[in-house]
Design a protein around this ligand. Structure first.
Ligand SMILES: *Cc1c(COP(=O)(O)O)cnc(C)c1O
Length: 380
């Protein structure tokens, strides 16, 4: 903790209630909490002026080494990484094209995506002038290799993948998509924003042939909330930097401070020094402890579910609220938890389900959540 106990905490002074976040590393609740090592690196980075490009190159070299990639680049969040990667795939390192984006008249700008994996984040591709071309079914079903073959043309700039860890949504195996695209010289970019843990994803997508992989700095890595990491092939990472800040082109509004660069490097060093197996075991214990506290309570059905909503190897506790038995619906439970002190945020699912994700809980916070749920039922 860097806060000074002799003065009111900044959130108390502002009248903003701190939240126990049992949802996930979601941006609307602040993503994650930085360990002291990261806060110190940011504070140190704030102490002097530096040549920002030189710092970006130096931090990039270290991050490339740590993540076993040819090259790495710090952006201001995974969504910014997606935009810069799309710009890099569409305009490369051509100054004239860079200055025209998002106008792509006469420039190949089609980006292949699986229809089933479309997310709001593909706005970040369109923002750079990319035009999305969907393959595969909208709903259940698999994508066939011929559909990818048929979608590729001289208008194609890239293929972007949005994997969800262990959740299979009918995508082609990564290696197969890569081999089809690369035979035509089309780069493959993986949005892996929320795919840590496991740490091995820092190298596994690119080892399996993807040209770039993009991670949030402020989710599982617990780096600065406004940071992101792009890793992969040197030429493409250089093209990402070409479109990025501080130059006044598409990436100028996505600027990265020296503090975030230092902080993200410290976060990756910190994360890789952690015992990930022990961390995953702690998540299991937290889920088990919630289940033990709530099972047997009239009107609640509790169980462990796996993997997490992002397909990460993280268990969650699922609490199913029977409104007839408890007198209060799951939606009302969530509202009361949010309005309580401390305020608790949990995720809601279909048919009275509530999910508790331990990834953003410090040890002990799971007990506060279980007590909070019991209290909302007592008040019912
Ligand atoms: C969170 C997320 C992003 C955006 O990441 P930021 O670092 O918040 O910009 C992009 N794609 C996916 C799949 C995400 O989960």
């Amino acid at each position: 903790m860097l806060s000074d106990p002799s003065t009111p905490h900044v959130y108390a002074r502002l009248g903003v209630k701190p939240v126990i976040n049992g949802v996930a590393t979601v941006t609307r609740l602040g993503g994650s909490r930085m360990p002291p090592e990261v806060m110190r690196a940011m504070a140190e980075g704030a102490e002097a002026f530096v040549d920002l490009r030189e710092l970006q190159r130096a931090v990039g070299r270290e991050l490339a080494h740590l993540t076993r990639n040819e090259a790495a680049y710090v952006c201001c969040g995974a969504a910014a990484g997606i935009t810069l990667a799309a710009a890099a795939c569409i305009a490369g390192t051509d100054s004239e094209k860079r200055a025209r984006l998002p106008d792509t008249t006469g420039i190949p700008n089609e980006v292949i995506v699986y229809r089933r994996t479309r997310t709001g984040f593909d706005y970040a591709i369109r923002m750079a002038g990319g035009r999305l071309v969907g393959i595969g079914p909208e709903g259940d079903g698999r994508t066939h290799p011929e559909e990818l073959e048929a979608a590729l043309s001289d208008r194609t700039a890239a293929m972007f993948l949005f994997p969800r860890g262990e959740i299979d949504r009918g995508e082609l195996p990564l290696e197969q998509a890569v081999s089809i695209c690369q035979a035509r010289g089309i780069p493959v970019v993986v949005d892996a924003a929320a795919q840590i843990p496991p740490a091995s994803n820092l190298w596994s997508y690119t080892e399996r042939g993807a040209d770039l992989a993009i991670f949030s700095g402020g989710k599982g890595l617990r780096g600065p909330q406004s940071s992101g990491l792009v890793v992969g092939r040197r030429a493409l990472v250089d093209a990402v930097a070409f479109h990025g800040p501080p130059d006044p082109f598409i990436g100028r509004g996505m600027k990265v401070g020296k503090e975030e660069m230092c902080g993200l490097l410290a976060a990756v060093e910190w994360y890789l020094s952690q015992d990930e197996q022990a961390l995953l075991e702690r998540y299991e214990q937290q889920v088990e402890s919630v289940i033990r506290r709530l099972e047997g309570v009239q009107g609640l059905a509790v169980r462990r579910v796996f993997p997490s909503e992002a397909g990460q190897p993280i268990p969650r506790a699922e609490v199913c609220v029977d409104e007839e038995a408890t007198g209060v619906g799951a939606g009302e439970v969530l509202v009361r938890l949010r309005q309580g002190t401390p305020s608790i945020e949990l995720a809601s699912g279909p048919q009275g389900r509530i999910w508790i994700n331990p990834q953003t809980l410090e040890p002990g916070e799971e007990a506060a959540i279980a007590e909070g749920i019991l209290q909302t039922l007592r008040r019912a």
